[in-house]
Design a protein around this ligand. Structure first.
Ligand code: LLP
Length: 426
């Protein structure tokens, strides 16, 4: 299962990366189904089974395909969706709507209608507008909808500011300020077709310490206590979001799921015990933690350009269209030359993407064996927010996705063609 070497080439889940590049072309997203299933099983073992009365959903935004939806469901998790498109994919894949949580800070009327019609399990809401419209739509369709409020816990998490979501000044969540909080509670409690289920938070993404989660859980519990006192409402569900970090470079330390969830579960159980109540349903919704380390992107090296005394650029056949994260978040990645994995790495290079943008640099100062045109560069930990954030900038077709499991590879998403790119033009 672990990445290993055979005759100097790198293997993932028993499949030779250079061979996959030859077979399917590059750039190529390779996803290890084995690694994905390992993570899903860890969630089952260390969360769902360890704490009865809990639920887990995969945050689709990290990596959604029909294939992935089916893998997730087969391991006993549900899905979260943040748009009509993600909801459509999950339903097409056969996911039971009752196991889908619908998110989004500004759902359109069409999206709300779609969710209600499908019989969505829960909607996580954070606006009075949405509560009003969702109530109306549910009434018109003769349905009841379970709703959680997303709160803004006011926790500054240690991550890039663009992926930090729990601080007070955020477009996400309902404000907890006493001057407005009551209005939100009255709105949801008086909605005739909505059932108020509880509260949700998501503090941020790619967090490698559990401090922000724990702080947010404490704030969540204070809110639960407040609504019991002020509104006489018992909260039936708490949703702790996702955000559990993964390893991108040597600087990151691998953390098991239990590192994040155990302290929160302990805190929640303790507080409920103090109140003489049984713990409510607790849900988590990790995305990156499930798929991040399961993905590798393969590129073919074309130009090798040395600027004497400055640096050596190696040009690859992808870049910001298949992985915008270095440009958006200054994200760092680890990579090797897959066909030279056993050789001494002694040459420092900068990996340049092929877009007409000087900023399209995937990795700076990467140490590799002497690179040559035709080498296959394997960039690690690209399973989350790469395929799902890919674009067609410069009219570059999006890569294929290949799933590998126990030495067997299968095409999961075919490579986009130039025709695909033109297909919507009139
Ligand atoms: N639940 C909610 C409500 C979320 O907003 C998110 C992520 C998740 C769960 C899953 O978070 P995860 O476990 O994957 O960290 N594009 C950015 C990440 C944005 C995450 C947004 N929300 C990136 O590439 O780093």
């Amino acid at each position: 299962m672990e990445d290993s070497l055979r005759d100097g080439t790198l293997l993932i889940d028993g499949c030779d990366l250079a061979g996959l590049a030859r077979r399917y072309g590059t750039p190529l997203y390779v996803m290890s189904e084995g690694k994905i299933r390992d993570r899903l099983r860890e969630i089952r073992r260390d969360f769902l089974e360890r704490y009865p009365g809990t639920e887990a959903v995969f945050a689709s935004k990290a990596f959604q395909t029909l294939d992935m939806c089916r893998i997730v469901v087969s391991e006993g998790l549900g899905l979260d969706a943040v748009s009509g498109g993600e909801l459509y994919c999950a339903l097409k894949a056969g996911v039971d709507a009752a196991r889908i949580i619908f998110h989004g800070n500004n759902k359109t009327l069409a999206e709300m209608e779609m969710a209600v019609e499908a019989g969505i399990g829960r909607v996580v809401s954070d606006s009075l507008y949405e509560v009003r419209e969702l109530d109306r739509i549910a009434g018109e369709k003769g349905r009841r909808v379970r709703v959680l409020y997303r709160i803004t816990p006011g926790v500054d998490s240690h991550t890039h500011k663009f992926i930090s979501t729990g601080q007070l000044d955020s477009k996400f969540g309902i404000p907890l300020d006493p001057s407005v909080f009551g209005t939100y509670m009255e709105a949801i409690l008086s909605a005739r077709n909505l059932d108020f289920a509880g509260f949700h938070f998501h503090v941020g993404s790619q967090l490698l310490d559990n401090e922000s989660h724990l702080k947010a859980a404490g704030i969540l519990l204070d809110i639960v206590e407040k609504v019991r006192g002020d509104f006489g409402v018992e909260v039936a569900e708490l949703n702790l979001g996702g955000g559990f970090g993964v390893v991108y470079t040597e600087a990151d330390e691998r953390k098991p799921l239990s590192y994040f969830v155990d302290p929160m579960m302990e805190l929640i159980s303790r507080r409920y015990l103090d109140w003489g109540l049984t713990r409510p349903v607790v849900t988590i919704e990790p995305g990156r933690w499930i798929v991040g380390e399961a993905g590798i992107t393969l590129y073919t090296v074309g130009s090798v350009k040395e600027i004497p005394g400055i640096r050596t650029y190696i040009g690859v056949d992808g870049g910001m269209p298949d992985n915008p994260r270095p440009m958006l978040y200054d994200a760092k990645y680890r990579a090797v030359i897959a066909n030279k994995a056993g050789l001494q790495a002694d040459t420092i290079v900068t990996v340049a993407g092929k877009c007409c943008e000087s900023g399209d640099i995937l990795i700076r100062d990467l140490c590799v064996p002497p690179p040559e045109s035709g080498d296959i560069l394997a960039v690690f930990s690209t399973g989350a927010y790469n395929y799902s954030m890919a674009s067609n900038y410069n009219r570059i077709p999006r890569p294929a996705v290949v799933m590998v499991l126990d030495g067997v590879d299968r095409l999961s998403v075919r490579r986009e063609t130039y025709e695909d790119i033109l297909s919507r033009e009139i």
